[in-house]
Design a protein around this ligand. Structure first.
Ligand code: FES
Length: 86
């Protein structure tokens, strides 16, 4: 596991209302369920002026837009579970 792993969730009002409220819960549950608390830095961010693309989530420096909770779980599995097994 890379110690630089990070998940940044936009906590601006638009992203938060459009799905990041739920996405924050999903990330917290995922990190806890997979024992990643020590390896993944979870942070919130302010509005990045990309509200129309939201909800926005940045995983290891890559911005993902229009992220609903189902897509988020797929992204988290791909980034932190599937690719780490290779
Ligand atoms: S609220 Fe997330 S980019 Fe503006």
């Amino acid at each position: 596991m890379d110690t630089e792993d990070s998940i940044v969730i936009c906590m601006g009002s638009s992203c938060f209302a459009r799905g990041n409220r739920r996405n924050l819960e999903v990330v917290e549950q995922f990190v806890a369920a997979h024992g990643l608390k020590a390896e993944v830095r979870l942070a919130g961010s302010r509005c990045a002026d990309e509200c129309q693309k939201g909800p926005n989530v940045i995983i290891n420096g890559v911005a993902h837009h229009g992220v609903d909770s189902g897509a988020l779980i797929d992204l988290l599995n791909a980034e932190f579970i599937a690719c780490k097994r290779k």
